[in-house]
Design a protein around this ligand. Structure first.
Ligand SMILES: C[S@@+](CC[C@H](N)C(=O)[O-])C[C@H]1O[C@@H](n2cnc3c(N)ncnc32)[C@H](O)[C@@H]1O
Length: 344
């Protein structure tokens, strides 16, 4: 397909998404922010994650897409558990399968050949790459009695969420309507403080449901769960607790470029902690990405690799991107949970 055709198609898709959203709002009077995001990101064929025009164009960059340095770090961590007891890995939101492919390649060097499963929401991604990645199996639900490593990198931030805004000590629930010019605008409704906790819970309803479902399914088996995402322990109603990315440029306008930009949530880990307590899982690690990656000993591993000077320099540059505090090192958190496992 010619570049110009692709360019035109992009904007055709975006217009179509806008049209669909407007029709929905006209019918329902408003859309919850989570409903809006669900369409923008996941609408069949034209949503951001379901759209063949964007995904392979490196439109967004996660640690696993930036360089295999992230994968090497994790391979060394996975190695410990795989060697000891597990032979299976289950990745949620495995995207284009790049991480899976690379980590299997690294683990092969340790003579480890675990079974690798991916559960991915995007229909488009589920159906590509299968030929090249023949050792990876895309599945629909968690295998019965799954025991192994469960891995999620930047998945929770792409689960549709709602918005609560705090202004002058008042709290507002933000929905989306259209104005006379058919543009999207927020409609804020004041929340009675008596019901604030209910609204806060609802803001993370999809996230809570998603994690609860994983924990519920695995609660009786031995597992290690590794969750990496950007967020912290307390951000219930920060005004801009979400971010939009258009061609790597971050901004705060969710209404621009429908379907052409990513909209991501700033994960509130407190919600996950509630579920950890509910299911009595053990917290093995909660730190920022910088500490986690350095503590695994990535610098030693890199030295052992015996790269030539240029390659080593390149690797270090990519490493900086994922561990420096003003890049991804501080804002990204690594939560590791253990269930029915004794690591010592
Ligand atoms: C920001 S991308 C990260 C992709 C990949 N993990 C990486 O590190 O590059 C988020 C991915 O999570 C997937 N996703 C979102 N919600 C999901 C769900 N409920 N189940 C499985 N995958 C989901 C999206 O389709 C997308 O591929």
């Amino acid at each position: 397909m010619l570049f110009k055709d692709k360019y035109n198609l992009k904007f055709k898709y975006s217009k179509l998404l806008k049209y669909i959203l407007i029709q929905k709002i006209k019918k329902k009077k408003y859309l919850k922010f989570s409903e809006f995001i669900n369409i923008i990101l996941y609408k069949k064929k034209i949503g951001y994650y379901n759209n063949f025009l964007f995904y392979n164009k490196k439109d967004y960059l996660t640690s696993s897409q930036i360089s295999n340095i992230f994968t090497i770090s994790l391979a060394n961590f996975f190695f410990f558990f795989l060697k000891k007891e597990f032979c299976k890995i289950l990745e949620f939101g495995g995207g284009n399968g790049k991480f899976a492919f690379n980590i299997l390649k690294e683990l092969k060097k340790f003579n480890l050949f675990p079974k690798y499963y991916i559960i991915e929401k995007s229909r488009y991604l589920k159906n590509i790459k299968k030929k090249k990645y023949k050792n990876i199996k895309w599945i629909k639900k968690i295998p019965k009695n799954f025991s192994g490593i469960i891995f999620l990198n930047e998945v929770l931030d792409s689960i549709p969420f709602d918005l609560i805004i705090k202004n002058n000590n008042n709290y507002y629930n933000s929905n989306i309507i259209i104005n006379n010019e058919l543009n999207f605008v927020f409609k804020n409704k004041k929340i009675n403080k008596k019901y604030l906790s209910f609204f806060i819970k609802n803001r993370y309803y999809n996230l809570y449901k998603f994690i609860n479902n994983i924990f519920l399914n695995i609660k009786n088996n031995k597992n290690i769960i590794i969750i990496i995402d950007y967020g912290n322990l307390n951000n219930f109603y920060i005004k801009n607790n979400f971010m939009c990315f258009y061609k790597h440029f971050s901004h705060g306008n969710p209404f621009s470029f429908p379907g052409l930009q990513d909209i991501t949530n700033f994960v509130n880990f407190k919600f996950i902690l509630k579920l950890i307590v509910k299911y009595k899982f053990k917290i093995l690690n909660f730190s920022n990405q910088e500490n986690f990656i350095l503590n695994i000993g990535i610098l030693d591993f890199l030295k052992k690799k015996k790269y030539n000077k240029i390659k080593y320099f390149n690797k270090i540059n990519f490493l900086k991107k994922i561990i420096l505090p003003y890049e991804m090192g501080e804002i990204f958190k690594v939560l590791i949970l253990g269930n029915k496992i004794n690591i010592y």
